[in-house]
Structure formats: structure tokens, C-alpha cells
Design a protein around this ligand. Structure first.
Ligand code: NAD
Length: 327
């Protein structure tokens, strides 16, 4: 029987590479596409020897050509951490807008189902807590984070328009902070930043007074949620995340306990437009997908810490130029 074919953009990134693994495991032919701007081929190095995997080094903001049929498209290409999108703001806007347009056009041409990766950042600094899919958000379009948040909001609008006007079979996942192996230690997100600092024996940097909250989802749980959403028939956005909310200060303390490190926690001023609260309402995911997270933070952190520790020392010696936020 012919294998179903799935295109994954951003396949060399953190989430894209885990999705590629999942679809290979499910028996699909996986086509990975990435321009490697924030990704790393080592994340998918183990897949190159498989005949059911192929890779295109390509910028999805430019026209995409894929020979043959496609059953599914998963559009995950986009810088995702503040350090990245503050460094490459225009590419971030382009991949969320032009890149999404190209993927939707491809889905229409191939009659493929497409799922786009949106984000909890569409809620901005939310005035509703926890965040339900019906909340429209509180985003500053001209603030530094606007390049990411607005690109993703445009992505959602474009995806719905293709659904409504071209009858393309679309899915939108709103992903909340996810962590796990293959994150980059120096990408500036809270968890790798804290673990990297702890491994290097540096003090942990908390922005503001650390009372701002985040909710961290382990990557295996997220991938399961995405898989179920793709296989569902629901076209509106669905939050996927772990509602177990924690303040950044408590989170930093958990990392110190996990690593057994005796360093201090130091405080820096809160960056512009930093969200103060973040917690997904996952009622929809539970009802529509029968999904809820299974891996608790203690377990997930341990796996992730062991992954980072197993990397060659020069990897965790690498530091981000500066920490910009505790995303
Ligand atoms: P990542 O940086 O590890 O992966 C993104 C990948 O996309 C990289 O491999 C990068 O090289 C590639 N890419 C970027 N621009 C591209 C372009 N123009 N053409 C081709 N490839 C391009 O980030 P991630 O954490 O894996 O995030 C993946 C997706 O999930 C992103 O769309 C992000 O917005 C979304 N998301 C992630 C999280 C999270 O917690 N990790 C939360 C919300 C949303």
C-alpha cells in the first residue's frame, strides 16, 4: 500500500523534528523542509538514512514546489524564541505571512489537509485568565514582540480565509510553551536559559520580580495533541498546552533543585510587553480531541535536563548574546 505523504515545514527545528519522528513512526512518507535559520540538521540526522524521509533545504517564504501527491502539510517553520525573532524580525513576519500563504496555496493545489502552528502569543499580554480560544488577545502590534505575534495572527486569518473561500481543509493549533529534548540551550527561552546557566555554574536570571507565570508542556504531550487535531474535523483554533501554571521564580527554584546547583537567582528589569500570565484553557482539546497532558513537570524536566547534560560540554558553554526575556 502506498504510504501517505506529509510535508513538515520547520522540520529541522525543535517541534518539527519531533513531528517528523512521529509521522515516520505512524508509517508516513515524510518530506521535511527547512532553511536552517534557527534549526539544526542534527535534530533529523537519524532520519536521513530512511527511504521514507526526504529533505528540502528551502525558504518557505519563497514559492514551494513539491513533486507528487501530498496528504498533509504541517506548517511549523518560524523562529519561535524572542532571541531569534528580535534578531530576524522581517524573516519572522515573512514566514508567518508569505510562508503561510505559500503553504496554503500548496494545500489547495494538492488537495491536502493543512495544520498551521499558531501560538499562545496571539493572546499577547492577556486580560483573560486562563486563555480560552474565544479570547481575542491583547497584542501591541508595534512593540518588539509584534513581529511574531502579529505574523501568527495574520497566519490564523489567512488560514481561515483559505478555509472559507477556497474550502481548504485547515487546522489551527495554538501552542503554549513547550519544552523537551532538542531545544537549543542558547535560544533564550526560560527553560533552556535556566538549565544552561545552572550547567555553567552561573546565577539564574529572572526578569521582573518573577511573579509572572508560564505553563510548560512536555513535547510528547504536545505532539500527541497536534496529531489528534490533524485527524479531527475541527477547523477553529485549539489550545494545546499544559495548564499547570507556575511563577517564573518558583520555576527557577525548581531548576536549582533539579540540578542540585548552589548558584543564586538574580533579577533584571521586565522586558517590554512581557506577558504577565499564561495558562491555557484546554476544555476544547479535552472535549474535541479527548486530549490532556500526561507528563508532569518533574518528569519532563528530568528527561530534558538529562538530554542537555548529555550534550558535549562546548554546547552548553555556548551562551546567548544576552537574555532578553523568560518566554
Ligand atoms: P525552532 O526554531 O526550533 O524551529 C523552527 C524551524 O523553522 C527551524 O528549523 C527554522 O530553521 C525553520 N524556519 C524558520 N523560518 C523558515 C523559513 N522561512 N523557511 C524554512 N524554514 C524556516 O522553533 P520551534 O520551537 O520548533 O517552533 C516551531 C513552530 O511552533 C513555530 O512556528 C513556532 O511559532 C511554533 N510554536 C512553538 C512553541 C514552543 O513552545 N516551542 C510555542 C508556540 C508556537
Amino acid at each position: 500500500m502506498k504510504r501517505k505523504r506529509v510535508l513538515i515545514t520547520g522540520a529541522a527545528g525543535f517541534l518539527g523534528s519531533h513531528l517528523a519522528d512521529r509521522f515516520i513512526k505512524e508509517g508516513y512518507h515524510v518530506i521535511g523542509m527547512d532553511n536552517l535559520i534557527t534549526g539544526d540538521l542534527r535534530n533529523i540526522g537519524h532520519l536521513f538514512k530512511l527511504e521514507q524521509f526526504e529533505f528540502y533545504h528551502h525558504d518557505v517564504s519563497k514559492f514551494i514546489h513539491i513533486p507528487g501527491d501530498l496528504d498533509f502539510i504541517l506548517h511549523f517553520a518560524s523562529p519561535a524564541s524572542p532571541i531569534d525573532y528580535l534578531k530576524i524580525p522581517i524573516q519572522t513576519l515573512k514566514v508567518g505571512s508569505l510562508g503561510t500563504h505559500n503553504c496554503l496555496g500548496l494545500a489547495k493545489a494538492k488537495n491536502a489537509r493543512i495544520l498551521v502552528a499558531s501560538t499562545s502569543e496571539v493572546y499577547g499580554d492577556p486580560l483573560v485568565h486562563p486563555q480560552t480560544e474565544e479570547y481575542w488577545g491583547n497584542v501591541n502590534p508595534v512593540g518588539p514582540r509584534g513581529v511574531y505575534d502579529e505574523a501568527k495572527r495574520f497566519q490564523e486569518a489567512m488560514t481561515m480565509a483559505y478555509h472559507t473561500f477556497h474550502h481548504v481543509d485547515t487546522r489551527i493549533v495554538r501552542i503554549f510553551n513547550t519544552y523537551g529534548p532538542r531545544m537549543r540551550l542558547n535560544d533564550g527561552r526560560a527553560l533552556p536559559a535556566f538549565i544552561g546557566q545552572a550547567l555553567r555554574g552561573e546565577d539564574l536570571t529572572v526578569f521582573g520580580d518573577g511573579s509572572q507565570t508560564r505553563s510548560f508542556c512536555y513535547v510528547d504531550d504536545l505532539i500527541e495533541g497536534i496529531y489528534r487535531l490533524l485527524m479531527s474535523n475541527y477547523h477553529f483554533p485549539v489550545n494545546i498546552g499544559n495548564p499547570d501554571e507556575i511563577s517564573l521564580l518558583d520555576f527557577a527554584k525548581e531548576i536549582l533543585e533539579l540540578t542540585g546547583n548552589k548558584v543564586k537567582i538574580v533579577f533584571k528589569p521586565l522586558p517590554v510587553d512581557d506577558p504577565k500570565q499564561r495558562e491555557p484553557d484546554i476544555t476544547k482539546a479535552k472535549q474535541i480531541l479527548g486530549w490532556e497532558p500526561k507528563v508532569n513537570r518533574k518528569e519532563g524536566l528530568k528527561i530534558t535536563y538529562n538530554y542537555f547534560k548529555s550534550l558535549p560540554e562546548e554546547e552548553w558553554r555556548k551562551q546567548p548574546k544576552e537574555f532578553v526575556s523568560n518566554k
